[in-house]
Design a protein around this ligand. Structure first.
Ligand code: GDP
Length: 441
């Protein structure tokens, strides 16, 4: 279970929130004599989120002189054990020196911190909530642990940070990444798609020929590459010879792109004798927009002239033409001779790994803090955009959520800066990565 710590000075209402999240009965269990009192842990729930919660209460009885030292130990231990920390202050009282001291301890911690202004029912809390901005921890969540107000806002912030089951935006469950590699091969007519699939399968089940668009339909065919299972989703190529003879139809690229929906990794096949054309870039863009991992293969390498210049030229044109995703893997193959197919498959498995990868919230935020420090966000119209933390909401494709205030004003150029950093620094190179922004209400 993900772990949430509640930290804050005595009497701000930590235990009240703890009890509310745990349910009173359970919380009381730990109050038995002999049970350590400076840290309580229990299973908690907030709507459909399940987690373990740590309450650092218990130093209320301490001698005021030794309090900060003991608290600091407790707080630091709790934070290092937690996936998220709720830093609670009393919004009616406003900030005290101890609150500010705790905020200083939190600087540099990798654990995401949610600032919670408790006792926020009614207007008396407003000055305290405003004052809390000076802690530099972003917008406070107004909460009334006693009355149960603000729990939905808290939920909204917590959910992406601790939800471990990745469900797609469309509700589709993330699949097992160890399953067969679902591979689609797309490209303009005559690029050599059918020839390549034939070569892989090593039999005659596909028809190939010089006629453009000889193949159609979309079927998955099981294959194995170096002992690893693969499902080839042919754009159109799985049609049996006999059927093809019934009716030869011209196949549009759009028909072929239907296979992209079923694939994890898409191979865009180029024709070395034609080079990279605008339509190829459009197909590549479409694949990336659909959030699929992409590998580009230059086919007919056996008959390519001036190989070195061709390869470099296509590489440069891709990086310029696909500005959103740099470093898409590029391999040279010959579907006819089979040369380069191993490189192609190697690249396909590698991009699937990156596409399926998850980074921990800790690792992500360590990187994020650095990135923001190196290049702070702009202040449009003099108003600062405060970026707080990031989380990877899902994989396949990797999707990140950025929390902060006024993040909706964040320019595209800055979003690209973050996305490029994620790709280059965190091992998501060459694959489509998504970023969405959320401001706590
Ligand atoms: P598709 O429309 O993309 O399925 O293309 P096909 O597989 O039908 O291939 C079109 C033509 O290109 C056929 O005449 C193939 O023999 C030829 N071809 C495919 N791959 C290669 C290759 O690697 N080298 C050469 N020299 N010709 C190829």
């Amino acid at each position: 279970l993900p772990v949430i710590a509640i930290i804050g000075r005595p009497n701000v209402g930590k235990s009240t929130l703890f009890n509310r999240l745990v349910g009173k009965k359970l919380a009381l269990v730990d109050d038995r004599p002999g049970v350590t009192r400076d840290r309580r842990e229990a299973e908690g729930h907030l709507f459909d989120l399940d987690f373990k919660i740590i309450d650092t209460a218990g130093y209320e009885d301490e001698d005021p002189k030794s309090l900060p030292g003991r608290m600091r130990q407790q707080t630091e231990r709790a934070i290092s054990d937690a996936d998220v920390a709720l830093f609670m202050f009393d919004a009616r009282v406003g900030l005290t020196p101890l609150d500010e001291e705790i905020a200083r301890w939190l600087r540099g911690t990798e654990t995401p911190i949610i600032l919670v202004g408790n006792k926020a029912e009614g207007r008396a809390a407003e000055p305290g909530l405003y004052e809390s901005y000076k802690l530099g921890l972003g917008d406070p969540v107004p909460l009334s642990a006693e009355h149960g107000e603000g729990m939905a806002d808290l939920f909204q912030l917590l959910q992406p940070l601790i939800e471990t089951d990745a469900f797609g935006e469309d509700g589709e469950e993330t699949e097992d990444e160890g399953g067969p590699l679902k591979l689609a091969i797309v490209g303009r007519p005559n690029a050599g798609k059918s020839t390549l699939i034939n070569r892989m399968l090593d039999d005659d089940r596909l028809i190939t020929g010089p006629e453009a668009g000889i193949t159609r339909d979309s079927i998955a065919v099981p294959w194995e590459w170096q002992g690893r299972p693969v499902e080839l989703i042919d754009t159109a190529g799985m049609r049996k010879r006999a059927k093809v003879q019934d009716k030869l139809e011209k196949l549009s690229v759009a028909d072929g792109l239907r296979a992209v929906d079923f694939a994890e990794v898409v191979v865009l096949l180029l024709d070395a004798t034609l080079g990279l054309e605008v339509q190829d870039l459009k197909i590549a863009d479409r694949v990336l927009e659909e959030g699929r991992a992409l590998v580009i293969a230059i086919n007919k390498w056996d008959i390519a002239a001036d190989k070195k210049a061709l390869f470099e030229g296509i590489g440069t044109a891709l990086d310029e033409g696909l500005a959103q995703v740099r470093g898409v893997p590029l391999v040279a193959i010959s579907a006819v001779s089979g040369k380069g197919i191993d490189d192609l498959m190697e690249a396909a498995f590698t991009v699937r790994d990156a596409w399926s990868k998850r980074v921990t919230t800790g690792e992500l935020n360590r990187w994020f803090r650095d990135a923001v420090e190196r290049n702070p966000p702009p202040a449009p119209k003099g108003k600062r955009i405060k970026l707080r933390y990031m989380t990877q909401a899902r994989n396949r494709p990797p999707s990140f959520v950025l929390f902060g205030s006024r993040v909706d004003k964040l320019p595209m150029s800055y979003q690209r800066y973050l996305l490029n950093g994620i790709r280059n620094d965190l091992g998501f190179g060459g694959i489509p990565v998504r970023l969405t922004m959320r401001s706590p209400k």
